[in-house]
Design a protein around this ligand. Sequence first.
Ligand SMILES: Nc1nc2c(c(=O)[nH]1)N[C@H]1C(S)=C(S)[C@@H](COP(=O)(O)O)O[C@H]1N2
Ligand SMILES: [Mo]
Length: 516
Amino acid sequence: MSRRRTWAALSGALAVGIGVIGGELAAAALSPSVTPVSAVGSAVIDVVPPGVKDWAIAWFGTADKAVLLGGIAVLIAVLALAAGVLEYRRSFAGRAVVAGFGALGALAVASRPQSSLVSYAAPVLAVAVAVLVLDALVRALRAWARASEGGTTATPARRRFLQGVSGAAVVAAATGAAATGVRSSQSTVARRRSAVRLPAPAPTGFPAPEGSVIPAGAELDVEGITDLVTPSDDFYRIDTALVVPVVDPARWSLKVSGLVDREVEIGFDELLALPLVERHITLACVSNPVGGDLTGTARWLGWPVRELLARAGVRPGADMVLSRSVDGFTAGTPLEALTDGRDSLLAVGMNGEPLPVEHGFPVRLVVPGLYGFVSATKWVSELKVTRFADDRAYWSTRGWSERGPVKTSSRVDVPRPGARVAAGDVVVGGVAWAQHTGVEAVEVRVDGGPWQRAQLATPVSVDTWCQYRATLRLEAGTRTVQSRAVDRAGGVQSEASVAPAPDGSEGLHTVTFTVT
Ligand SMILES: Nc1nc2c(c(=O)[nH]1)N[C@H]1C(S)=C(S)[C@@H](COP(=O)(O)O)O[C@H]1N2
Ligand SMILES: [Mo]
């Protein structure tokens, strides 16, 4: 009996395996941003309390999403084995379990904002296939059991069951291989992206607008200092979405609605045909700890958001624009930051190429001076002109602040923590930022001594971070160095430590190293 039970469990695993993988495969073709498994994962992320989320991030770091998906896989496997055993014990019992969990999957799909009717095809297909395969295998297994109990020769029944199981295994392996192929290429969107030809920025007058070109002296020759322009591959990434949203530029559009004179909509080709500008803008994440690396600078190509808002005509009384992503993420940006003349962009290009898929392809927002969570919506699909009193954005309903001006800050890149450097002249270097205010000066100090002015590189613009360097004469021993930025509004980077939540970290980056 126990050997039969093992065969029953294996039948369950094969049936559910083919169903689930087949469902993911179907979703990849029909509705790539919502697959049943990713929908379940995203739904879990949405419903777990913030405390659990923080715990998961603390334990698993950026592997948290992989751990979640792994957990889901284990759960499905356990369920599949159990469904096989149950079905063998009692007709329909296992199929009922499979259908029940399929229904949960469909419910998860329903909870995804980017779902459409075709998104349900995958979970329905998955359940149908799993139920049919389970039924067929368990029937064959029972026939084998009956034949051996009946005392006659059980060989033909046994052979039929084993053929069924091997067939199912082959199908499972083939679907698995196909699914991996689809996943690894993320084919459609990658192809569409490489087919995009970005236009050059519209011609500008002379002198070139601030931030459009890198002036001489903007890059300091210091070994180990942060690059002035962050390579796209190294650019930090923050997504609430479990899988990167897949958006076909041909079907992309951005709608402006809410407190406007007329609703307007713009498509991707239309956007590319407009006079685009190119600016070096430093993005920062509100979660960046002091000395952290959740900040980066890119050359963004895009159309000023204020132009699009002007087409729609903003009505009096509005003070916020709620931008929405295809994945449901929202950001609430003070209207002023989009209309006051700064280079807030509907960006299509990053460092000379179409936006990388992870950074919002085909279109995202980039707003100088504000943390990403209130402004930098990737895969943006809708702008709703509204009021802070009437609407709240994704993170503002989760304990983070409503407005997010970037705090003036700096970090020390060299020497590295724990480095050993020779006594004498020691070069200290790093970057400082005060987006949309501009960095006025950077000061450094050693072992809590007096602040000394560092040499500041030529700024690219007020929206771009600035490298700095200082040469300090240091004697042997353990040393700590700190930096602080001063902005053009007279603001000084604060010394007291403040945690990132709810509106950005504060404090001085302190690096300890050894002078020998
Ligand atoms: N759709 C979407 N847009 C988003 C986010 C997100 O999770 N989903 N994160 C925001 C946050 S918190 C930051 S800091 C920036 C990060 O942009 P990056 O991932 O390109 O660095 O994107 C913003 N835009
Ligand atoms: Mo962020």
